[in-house]
Design a protein around this ligand. Sequence first.
Ligand code: SF4
Length: 347
Amino acid sequence: MTMITSTPTTSQSGSRNATAAFAATDVTPVLRVENLEVTYYTDLGRAKALDDVSFTLNAGEKMGMVGESGSGKSTLALAMMRMIKPPGRIEAGRVLVGDTDLMSLSDEGMRLARLSKIAYIPQGAMNSLNPVTRIGAQLVDAIKSHMPKESRSSIEERCVHALKSVDLDPSVFRMYAHELSGGMKQRVCIAIGILLSPQVIIADEPTSALDVVTQRQVMETIDRVQDQINAAVILIGHDMGLMAQFVDKVSVMYAGRLVEVSTVREMFTEPKHPYAKALISSLPNLDNKGVFQGIPGLAPSLLRLPTGCAFHPRCASAMPRCSVERPEVTTLESGRRVACHLYTEEA
Ligand code: SF4
């Protein structure tokens, strides 16, 4: 994990919109996720993997989505793409990209919306490149059904342009995946994601399994292509150090709920939710000299969530009402959103 100091850097574009993210209330968000709910129906019972998740994102904004494994981050991405498979089911909610509610599209409409309105770079995407097909053919395949009237040469031109946008030489078009390094393969996946200039890009752990130098290069690539197409970007990940440098705001998920949404600076300097505080204080930094402070207890099973606030068995600030009453997400005066009884009055 990247070592960080207690505050995120302001030199990266990740922080350039950090204040504007909440101040610009007159800007119509390009992405609105409203009350999204996903349940998995298993033999052992019902697991609510996403519970009433709502947030917005403006064009050009980058949001980091963090939380322990199983907190619902990837489920959220899959639900937004309408790629939840049985026994999972999207129970409720809307995902609006511009004026289009993805949840109300036909299957064909949604197929066309993928890549053109919203793109998803899944976890381990670089390992899913076809080893026996040239990179160029894979790029062309990804979009040719979106552009039935376009000539092959014009589609190829678009693909080469996308490769150049992610700093890859056009010769990569004719290469095979095994001829590329991990970082180059990940950039190919980013190139596929931007082929049709979507308004929203979701990247799930885009830097996992890469060395730290390549991680940085990949993040800088995402940053640059985002600037080019002014997309809203959601970065799912565990590395808070990278998040600190590259995102504008941070959402923290716990047991299928969004428990805090704050600007990156607020999150790293003054996290509100006790779980967010625990996440931040568990990071290595230059002050704690290698003494790691973990989060006590384990993430709960979604099949047997604790009553009230799902975090209460692990929370050092828990009060009697926490075990019986679920805290709703409230918006504080500063615009931050927190689901915790500690802030009910402040809200
Ligand atoms: Fe802790 Fe209570 Fe807040 Fe939950 S609602 S995070 S248990 S203080």
